[in-house]
Ligand binder design. Sequence first.
Ligand SMILES: *Cc1c(COP(=O)(O)O)cnc(C)c1O
Ligand code: SF4
Length: 354
Amino acid sequence: MNWKETLKKSVVSAEGLKGVPGVDVHDVARVSGVYPMRINPYWLGLMKKAGAPLVRQAVPCADELADTPLLEDPLCEEKDSPVFGLTHRYPDRVIFLVSNECALYCRHCMRKRKVGKAGGRVTDATIEAGLAYIEKTPKVRDVILTGGDPLLLSDEKLDAILHRLSKISHVEMIRIHSRVPATLPMRITDKLCAVLATYEKLWINTHFNHPAELTPEAEIALKLLNGTGAPLGCQTVLLKGVNDSPAIMAELMRKLTKNRVRPYYLHHGDAVKGTGHFRTSIEAGLAIMDSLRGHLSGLAVPTYVIDLPGGGGKTPLLPESIISKDEKGLTVRGYDGKTYTYPVGVPRHQIKTP
Ligand SMILES: *Cc1c(COP(=O)(O)O)cnc(C)c1O
Ligand code: SF4
């Protein structure tokens, strides 16, 4: 089965989930009317094997309709949007939505207001408007193709967009953000990779949340993507009941780096309507970061970020390591939990006056 056929056989309504343990068919029917469900046969199989952490990411649950005080777009992507589907917030880079479809509709999606819904539809005209904006805006040096999932576009369409962007001299980096290596790894074909390999400005960021997502199929997909020469990263979302434990997170980061994928961000769950049940405390996130740093290769440790409401942007959070500071120096907690003194400044007698 090729990826398009696999995708067509996705479960999109409650009936398709009959017999999956722990699923409330009535809730699924109610919630999927508001936020669409799509569970492709690959993920369905994986879900049955790996259980709760994968079920939770894919099967609609009643909690999605229970957190009304949260906003649909707390990060104000729409406010910073000069043309439909493009957000220009930071000086040098834009987010550019080129697809409104995904291989799986993640229940934790921060763009839940749009993804898979009619109101978020991307068309040739919206893509053209985005490309035109980037062409006439010289300060844009980094373009992030996202969605939805850019890798759900046909090879030809993706090629055309990449070709157009690669011709813009002020665009020095093009990123593809895709969850397909985790949710539909058979989409990563030799033909797609031959297209990707022709673009030298390309970087690829994947989205894996749980070690069980790194199946043999996903590992083949990552190997093919590595062969394109695009540096591979991963943006993981901290999700209650999925990966909010130091042991699971460490295993995920080890598996990613084993496949030459560099963990980039660990996102704290945004306060997005319909996703509140996935949010952990900040302390839980910091404790996980504390458990990774020093114990794993530095290349396996992502940056933990919160995205500030109102369009303030991403800000990294680090576990506190400075205990105190005095004239002797800094008192610092090492990764081993012990206390060390770190000398700061230059002692007065060593300062030579000319
Ligand atoms: C996250 C984000 C980016 C990319 O930020 P990096 O820190 O460079 O990865 C760009 N624009 C917006 C609006 C974002 O939310
Ligand atoms: S793949 Fe990304 S854009 Fe699509 S539903 Fe999942 S989180 Fe949202």
